[in-house]
Ligand binder design. Sequence first.
Ligand code: PLP
Length: 382
Amino acid sequence: PIGLPASYLDPKVFYSDAPFLSEAPFMSTMVANPNHIGCHTLGDSEPVFGGTQELERELIELCATQIFDASPDSVDGYVASGGTEANIQAFWVMRNYFIEEHHADHEEIAMVYSQDAHYSMPKGVNLLNIKSITAEVHGENRQIDLDGLEKKLIEAKKEGIKYFIVVMNMSTTMFGSVDDMAASIALFESLELNFKIHVDGAYGGFIYPFSARDPLYSFKNEDVFSFSLDAHKMLLSPYGTGIALIRKGFIKYAMTKEANYVKGKDYTLVGSRSGANAVAIWMILRAYGSKGWTSKIQELLDRTDWLCEQLKKRGIQFFRHPKMNIITLKPDRIDHELADKYFLVPDDHESPSWWKIVVMDHVTEGVLDRFLLDLDKSLENE
Ligand SMILES: *Cc1c(COP(=O)(O)O)cnc(C)c1O
């Protein structure tokens, strides 16, 4: 191809004949440097990069059908730079849908999310110039305060808001809490509001569906419009591997018709992106398979259960969703030095009211044993 401003990576710096590359599909794809500009689950695509685009299509279909129970060929999507982009992509499509199909004004559209939601929600609200409604959560169980939200929604309706982009957390970043989808849908229906649900699965997307098999958090649930996932969190793939999944028939609302030089136009937020990222995710999913991944998650949850038991024995208070691998500790009996030594993550770096532990592969029972010994030492001084 001589018409594209693209080639393999600079040969002076990135040798394509390095011996290890033949054994490393992700890195050799990096060196070949395919550009996945555009969305490849619909319409035409640049034919030059057809090979890796096919892998990306397979990967999107795999996530949609096997993780979220979609029927075959009913979801569009692409590998985004991360959860932030995948979230904003979904909001962008939904906002444009309300504008084009319902002739909505920007001031008539609001995004609704809990106070524990990720900061990509306010970022999206700001970029898309729509309203926002933040739902408070109960301090202990981190569930949305539905009475409070109902009041805010009635108020919003009075102020002329007619269309709602509702974000449900399929695990928050700080607590691993999962929003009560049934209760939220019931609330929106009881108020006869026009709403669509986006599920933020950036954190929990590769955990919760495997541990909980919750049909409400799937494409079987008609109210769910889209999911975002992050392979660069739990799946341990390289950064740049967010995944956006959107029900078929809607991504057209984000098409940039002026993208004339891109074959098949562009439906994505980002523009040029590396095809190697799709290869990385595809390989990880293929290497484990659904059974393999489910048992890996179960192992992490068993270890999380064990740590919870140990903490209870010591009278340490914490929040934990039983299907997630996050434990968030109350700070009163956690020594600051101990938290620093083990790099526990605070909810607020200036004045922590919670410290979080994430049980990942490297957080072995050995590491946790050492943590508990140090914890016991610090408790002696109480
Ligand atoms: C990490 C995270 C995001 C954003 O993901 P990035 O990949 O950092 O853009 C969004 N939502 C939740 C719940 C997250 O945990």
